[in-house]
Structure formats: structure tokens, C-alpha cells
Write a protein that binds this ligand. Structure first.
Ligand code: NAD
Ligand code: MN
Length: 799
């Protein structure tokens, strides 16, 4: 070889093509005639109306890979019926028996790992390097891990049981991984499932079905795979049988499902979109951070819900960082997903490609500067896009706010850590964040302040079954994985397991007897508690509280929209410092309330008796129970901190139980004092701030205000309103964009209304559906779980 030739070879030295073999995967497709039925009740069942759709290979001129059954109403009914039939048997098995099945599933997938990896690449367009090294191994790990929860469930989740059939709807970006995240915990706990894969990526779910049928021999009906489009999805979540709907997909569709299930009593887990910040400080290890960016935004072509799609760089290093990044981007290889040397494959579908391109145009129009490496050439005949970088972006730009869900990175700068936090939180979403700094103080401080369900320090896009995954804010609620994820696939065991204290006395409404009433309280001027001050109602409105026999007891303030706004503003303002307050302080405040309630038990009891018509003894008993409950949450304030779960690799995952934020509460219509304290005390113990509206038992709420005022609780942490129709005020709270959760214990109609209204910012909801809640026997753990959401912080160590 002459010298010139050699040097030109070295100059262009590149990876030659190294395609993974498709043969076995193609064989499997052929063994089904490239045409697939639904997998229902342990058998392949053709669609009842005979309809099929096509799934294509997005990297190869839309080559049709297979025809897929289109699920209709009859198919949905059949799948749900099969799951329903399987539930009693599956849930009655011992945890150990279920564990053996989950273990068998993990083993079987491992055996066919390569076929799965190739199939996923073909159907989705993502590079084999990812399916082989990430998607499939994480799936396997998920089944192993949850075999463990099945095995230990009777001990570890005492007092909980599976709820029955779960309807599951998943997206196309991680078809197999999302399937595992949904199925493994659900069936480990003893539920049965109907899962609907995305229309464009159903194949790995069908391969798994084949394996469940022929190799694992999972009992029929435990897992049903129902294929179809969004209409199939709609029929699935609307079906009356499932007790729970778990959804991963866009926030937009999440809203539709929340609205469509409002008032249905169905539990929801929502894993939605994101616009996650990738924060680089000037003291970061820049080479690692560059690799992190590549992984953060070009992994899976950026079609990742937790993609680090907003790069926030400290101003002092911005120019240098962008220069390095561009150099690195020029080295990325885009092409055949089955080629082991490719960094990026194809966008999954034409629609998504169009959406990404449109957003790029918007970015340019808004004045940001777009850059793509010139030497990165995309192959023809597939939905390919080069890695794309936007600089000169303003925080208000569309591309800085909207999820692009493609290989497009937007860059902003900050000067101080405080500004970084502010920018990071300047989004409706809260799925994940990646923080780069060699200074542990900075990294941990920012990790604590960024609102997101997963925080990666000096790392990104790490997943493990032992660490729960899920969002804050409009990225959704509920968790998949970890101990925390198990609570989301369980319900409390039947009320047979009441606490002993509940037998000490009968519910008040069942007790006839002395009707000693307190001295009339009419002459007291009741006001609201807003921002630590007694405030008059905005419109000087009032309403009367009467005894069951119609005697006038008090006249209290009538809240309106404006009062709600003021109260929420106070609660929001109080949140940051309350969130950082010491748990010890919060405990002390609750102990102080308990002490005050004891000292003033007669006043409280007479209020309770007057409003409910119960005997003074029964009322005193309720005060006593409330004191005990306050002690309970004072105790938990510094004992429900979180958990560390062992994950793979040299990393600690610190799972902090963080407050939900501002909670809007509509007080219960039973147990005036105990009901109120049962929701307020855990919320405060876990450092939420609250706005509470009391109706029927407004006197008790106002009695409590006096105690609150004399305690050390900071202004605005607890705000109390009263209203004749608290359901109407609950609706206003549910609609309010600055309220993070709504707890409403009114009529079933008002529960539905609150759930519907919650979609404005996808707030968490807890409603009573018009049922009485037994506040005497409710579990503290349940109340603490409702008051918190887990933030998992991944902290690396060593090298
Ligand atoms: P999508 O919301 O359009 O679809 C998701 C699933 O819902 C599909 O199976 C689809 O058929 C079904 N569906 C669509 N409309 C429906 C309706 N009206 N009723 C019932 N079902 C319906 O989302 P996608 O385009 O497939 O996925 C991309 C989105 O998913 C992105 O926004 C991404 O951020 C999000 N995502 C989130 C997570 C997470 O864990 N938070 C994970 C992956 C993807
Ligand atoms: Mn496809």
C-alpha cells in the first residue's frame, strides 16, 4: 500500500459496518406468518372484527414488519374477562409461587435476550447497542427484582393486598422496558393485567407473550397483551372492571385519562412527559459532563421522557463547553440501528419526526441559533435526524419549555447556583435532573432544591429496578420500581384489621344519650386564618352553623375565590422555608397542639357535641383520639425520612420522602376534630403547607385556629377557610395552578369534580368518593404516603 493511500485511510479511519444478525428474529416473525393475534387468556385470539394494522421498521423505508390485531370493544372485554377470571387463583398463590414465575420470566428473557434486542431495534428504530446493553438487561433485572417482592410481600407489605385487574397503557419509546416496569410489580403483588403496547411498537410484547405461553407457562389470564391504537386504549381505561389504570405517555393523553376516569374510583399511576434540566457547574469534570450530555439527550434519539433536554451551563464555562460539545457531536454516528457501531438510530415514526422538525423551526423563528454537525450524514430511506444543538435560547422560548422528544438540545446559562435552581424549576414538568459538580455541597444542595422525581449527580439516565421512577408536578404521579412502587400496585387489606383503639367507643352518630351542649358560641366573630393572620372574608359573607336539632350555634365566614387565592398564595410563600425547617421543629409544633388540645378538651368536646349531636363523653373520646394521633405524627415527623435501596453499580440511591407541596383540603364531614387533624398533621409533619376549607364542622376548625395561633407554626403554613358549600371551594382549589394536591372528602359528585379539575396541572388527588372514612382506624402509614413523594438521588462514588 502506498503511503498516500495509507494516510488517507487513517484520516478517514472509521468503524466499518458491523450489523447484528436479524436471522433469528426474522424467523420468529415468520413463525407467526408475520401476523399477530391478541394474547388473551393464555392463547392467541384473533381480533373479533378481523381488523389489523401494520407495524413498520422506521429505519428502512417503512418496511412492514408485521400485521397486528386491532383491539375493539369485544377484544377488550375478552381480555379483561380473562384477567378477572385469573385474579382469584393468581392472588391466592403464595408469594413464593409467584416469585418462581417472575424468576422464570427473567430467565426466559435472558435466554432470548438477543432476539428481543434485535426485535426492539427493528420495531422502534433505536440502536442495538442500547437495546442489547440497556433495554433488555434492565427488563431482566426488573423481573428478578420483583420476584423478590413477591417472595417477601406477606412480611414486607403486611396489611396490603393486590386490588385485582390492572389496565396498562404504554408508549413506543421504550416498548419492552415500559412493559416490564408495568407488568413485573403488578403480577408480583398478585394482580392480573391487560397491557396495551403502542401501535408502532407492539412486537417485543408479543414475543414475550409467546414465551409466557410456551416456556414460562404462566397461568392463563395473568398477563394479557391487547394490541391496538388510542381507541383501544380508551376502551381499556374506561372499562369498569380494572381497579387501576397505569399509563406512560404524553402529559396530554395523561390529562385525557385523568379526566375520563374522574369519579370512577380507579387508582392511577401517571408517568408523563418531561423537560429535564442538565446542569453543569464550572467546577464539574467537563469531559465526563460532555459524555453525560451525549447520553442525556442523544440516547434513544432523545425520545426519552427523562432526557436531559435543557442544558444549563454556568456562564463562565459556556463558550468552552459548547466548543467541546460541538466537537463531540461531530463524532456521533447516525445510521442503521442494527449496526453495533451506531450511536443513534431512527426516530420512531413519521408523526414524531414531523413534530420534532416543526419545533426546530419554531426555535429558529424565535431567535435561537441551531447547529448540526456538517459531517454527520443521515442515511436515506428512514426517519433519521442528526444531533441538534440550540444556543442563544431564552427561558421563555417554546423550545425551552415544550418537550421536543427528539435529538434536540437547548442551552441556557446561569451565573449562581440559586439561578441554576430557579431555571431548572422553570418548567411545568418535574421528571428528572442531572447535576454536574465536583463540589458535594453544591451538588446535594441543588439536588434537594430541584423539583423532580429522579436526580442524577455526575451521571444521567441511570435506571434500576430498586430505585423507583416517576414524576413531580405535570410529569405525573406514582412510582414504578423500588419499595415505593409496590404501594402503587397494592390496596389496603379489608377493614378487618382495625386498630384496637377503634373498639373503645362507637362512632358518634351511633351514640344516643346526653345532649349536653356547650354554651352558645354565636357571639364569637370567626374569621379565616390566612398567612398567619385572622382575615375577614373578602365579601363579608357568612353562614350559620346549626346543631342537628336546628339550634343556631355560630355564624362563620363564607369563603370565595379571592379568599382561596389569598390562602394559596400564603401557603406557597410559606413552603420553601417550611420545607427546609427541621423535622424536630415540626414534631414540637404537633406535640404542642396535642398538649393544648388536652388542656382545652372541654372546649373542643363541647364544640364537637354541639355540632354532631353526640354525647359529651363521645366527644371527649374523640379529643383523646386526636391527641394520640398528634403524638403519632409528631413521632413520625423525624422518622419517615426515606430509604436507601441497593442498586447495581457504584452508586448510592438516596430515596428522600419529600413533601408534595401545597395541599388543598376539603375537610371531612365526619369526626370533626379527628378527621381534620388526621389530614393536617401528617401533611405538616412531612413539611407540606395546607389550605383547608371546613364546612359542616366549621366551629371545630375555628377552635383549632386558636391553638394554631398560639403555636410556633410559621405564618402561611396552615390556612383555614370556612364555607357553607366546601365542595365548591374544593373545586376552586382543585383548579388552582399553584396547588400541588387536592384532598377532598365530600360527595361522590364533588370527588369527580375535583378529579376532573385536577388536570390543569395534573395535581395528585385523594378523594373519598362520597364514602365515610373511618378516621379512627385509618393507618398512619397511608396518611404519610399520601403526604409525600419520593425523590431518588443517585450519588456516585469511586471511579
Ligand atoms: P402517547 O401519550 O401518544 O401514547 C401512549 C400510549 O397511549 C399509546 O399506547 C397510545 O396508543 C395510547 N393512547 C394515546 N391516546 C390515547 C387515548 N386518548 N386514550 C387511551 N390511550 C391512548 O405517547 P407516545 O407518543 O407513545 O410516547 C411519548 C410520550 O411519552 C412523551 O411525552 C414522553 O415523555 C412520555 N413518556 C413518559 C415516560 C415516563 O416514565 N414518565 C416514559 C416514556 C415516555
Ligand atoms: Mn414499528
Amino acid at each position: 500500500m502506498d503511503k498516500e493511500k495509507l494516510s488517507s485511510l487513517i484520516d478517514t479511519l472509521d468503524y466499518g459496518p458491523a450489523p447484528e444478525s436479524e436471522a433469528r428474529t426474522r424467523e420468529w416473525l415468520k413463525s407467526h406468518g408475520s401476523k399477530f393475534s391478541h394474547y388473551i387468556d393464555g392463547a392467541w385470539q384473533p381480533p373479533k372484527n378481523g381488523g389489523y394494522f401494520k407495524t413498520i421498521n422506521p429505519a428502512k423505508s417503512e418496511e412492514v414488519l408485521a400485521e397486528i390485531a386491532l383491539g375493539t370493544k369485544e377484544d377488550v372485554d375478552a381480555a379483561i374477562a380473562a384477567a378477572q377470571k385469573a385474579f382469584p387463583v393468581w392472588s391466592a398463590q403464595s408469594g413464593h409461587e409467584r416469585a418462581r414465575y417472575l424468576y422464570a420470566i427473567a430467565r426466559a428473557i435472558a435466554k432470548h435476550a438477543r432476539v428481543f434486542a434485535v426485535l426492539e431495534s427493528l420495531d422502534n428504530g433505536k440502536p442495538i447497542r442500547e437495546t442489547r446493553d440497556i433495554d433488555v438487561p434492565v427488563v431482566i433485572r426488573h423481573f428478578y427484582y420483583h420476584a423478590g417482592w413477591a417472595q417477601t410481600m406477606e412480611r414486607e407489605f403486611l396489611g396490603y393486598r393486590p386490588g385485582g385487574v390492572i389496565a396498562q397503557i404504554i408508549p413506543w419509546n421504550f416498548p419492552f422496558l415500559m412493559l416490564a416496569w408495568k407488568i413485573a410489580p403488578a403480577i408480583a403483588a398478585g394482580n392480573t393485567v391487560v397491557i396495551k403496547p403502542s401501535k408502532s411498537t407492539p412486537l417485543t410484547a408479543l414475543l414475550l407473550a409467546d414465551i409466557l405461553l410456551n416456556e414460562v407457562k404462566l397461568p392463563p389470564g395473568v398477563v394479557n397483551v391487547l394490541t391496538g391504537d388510542s381507541r383501544t386504549g380508551t376502551m381499556l381505561y374506561e372499562h369498569p372492571v380494572p381497579w387501576k389504570v397505569t399509563f406512560t405517555g404524553s402529559t396530554e393523553v395523561g390529562r385525557v385519562i385523568r379526566k375520563g376516569t374522574a369519579g370512577s374510583r380507579k387508582h392511577l399511576t401517571m408517568e408523563l412527559g418531561g423537560k429535564s434540566p442538565f446542569i453543569v457547574f464550572d467546577n464539574a469534570d467537563l469531559d465526563s459532563a460532555i459524555e453525560g450530555v451525549v447520553n442525556g439527550i442523544w440516547f434513544n434519539e432523545g425520545q426519552v421522557c427523562c432526557a436531559g433536554s435543557r442544558l444549563l451551563v454556568q456562564e463562565s464555562i459556556h463558550d468552552d463547553f459548547i466548543k467541546r460539545l460541538k466537537r463531540r457531536m461531530s463524532k456521533l454516528r447516525v445510521g442503521n440501528p442494527l449496526d453495533k457501531a451506531m450511536d443513534m438510530g431512527a426516530i420512531n415514526n413519521a408523526e414524531q419526526l414531523k413534530k420534532i422538525k416543526e419545533l426546530m423551526e419554531v426555535g429558529k423563528k424565535e431567535g435561537a441559533v441551531m447547529w448540526q454537525p456538517e459531517n454527520v450524514v443521515c442515511p436515506k430511506g428512514g426517519f433519521f435526524l442528526p444531533p441538534t444543538l440550540f444556543t442563544n435560547v431564552e427561558p421563555s422560548h417554546t423550545i425551552a419549555q415544550d418537550e421536543i422528544f427528539g435529538p434536540v438540545l437547548v442551552t441556557l446559562t446561569f451565573r449562581t447556583p440559586a439561578e441554576a435552581v430557579q431555571l431548572a424549576n422553570n418548567t411545568r414538568y418535574g421528571l428528572a435532573a442531572s447535576i454536574w459538580s465536583q463540589d458535594i455541597d453544591t451538588a446535594m444542595d441543588v439536588a434537594r432544591k430541584v423539583k423532580a422525581g429522579t436526580i442524577w449527580i455526575n451521571s444521567t439516565n441511570l435506571f434500576d429496578a430498586a430505585a423507583g421512577f416517576g414524576g413531580y408536578r405535570e410529569s405525573g404521579y406514582g412510582r414504578e420500581g423500588g419499595r415505593e412502587g409496590m404501594y402503587d400496585v397494592l390496596v389496603e387489606a379489608d377493614h378487618g384489621t382495625q386498630s384496637p383503639s377503634s373498639h373503645q367507643s362507637l362512632p358518634q352518630d351511633k351514640i344516643a344519650g346526653r345532649k349536653e351542649r356547650a354554651a352558645t358560641q354565636i357571639d364569637r366573630t370567626y374569621r379565616f386564618l390566612i398567612g398567619g393572620k385572622l382575615a375577614r372574608p373578602d365579601q363579608a359573607g357568612s353562614f350559620s352553623i346549626t346543631s342537628p336539632s336546628g339550634d343556631l350555634l355560630a355564624v362563620v365566614g363564607e369563603a370565595n375565590r379571592k379568599d382561596v387565592r389569598n390562602a394559596v398564595e400564603a401557603a406557597r410563600g410559606a413552603f420553601p422555608s417550611w420545607f427546609e425547617s427541621a423535622a424536630h421543629l415540626r414534631a414540637q409544633i404537633l406535640y404542642f397542639w396535642a398538649e393544648n388540645l388536652s388542656n382545652e378538651k372541654d372546649r373542643f368536646a363541647s364544640g364537637i357535641a354541639a355540632q354532631t349531636g353526640c354525647t359529651l363523653d363521645a366527644a371527649l373520646d374523640e379529643v383523646g383520639q386526636t391527641v394520640s394521633r398528634l403524638f403519632d405524627f409528631a413521632a413520625y415527623a423525624d422518622k419517615f425520612g426515606g430509604l436507601v435501596q441497593p442498586v447495581l453499580g457504584r452508586r448510592l440511591v438516596v430515596g428522600l420522602r419529600e413533601p408534595v407541596g401545597v395541599i388543598g383540603m376539603r375537610a371531612p364531614d365526619e369526626s370533626p376534630l379527628l378527621g381534620l387533624i388526621s389530614i393536617v398533621a401528617p401533611a405538616l409533619a412531612m413539611s407540606n403547607t395546607v389550605v383547608i376549607v371546613a364546612g359542616r364542622y366549621a366551629i371545630t376548625a375555628m377552635d383549632l385556629v386558636q391553638v394554631i395561633q398560639h403555636s410556633d407554626v410559621p405564618a402561611g403554613v396552615i390556612n383555614v377557610l370556612t364555607a357553607q358549600n366546601p365542595d365548591a371551594i374544593a373545586k376552586v382549589l382543585a383548579e388552582h395552578e399553584d396547588v400541588d394536591a387536592i384532598w377532598s372528602f365530600g360527595s361522590s359528585e364533588s370527588s369527580k369534580v375535583a378529579e376532573e379539575a385536577s388536570i390543569s396541572n395534573m395535581k395528585q388527588t385523594w378523594v373519598s368518593d362520597g364514602e365515610q372514612i373511618d378516621w379512627r382506624s385509618i393507618k398512619s402509614e397511608k396518611l404519610l404516603l399520601k403526604s409525600t413523594q419520593v425523590k431518588n438521588i443517585w450519588v456516585p462514588y469511586g471511579v
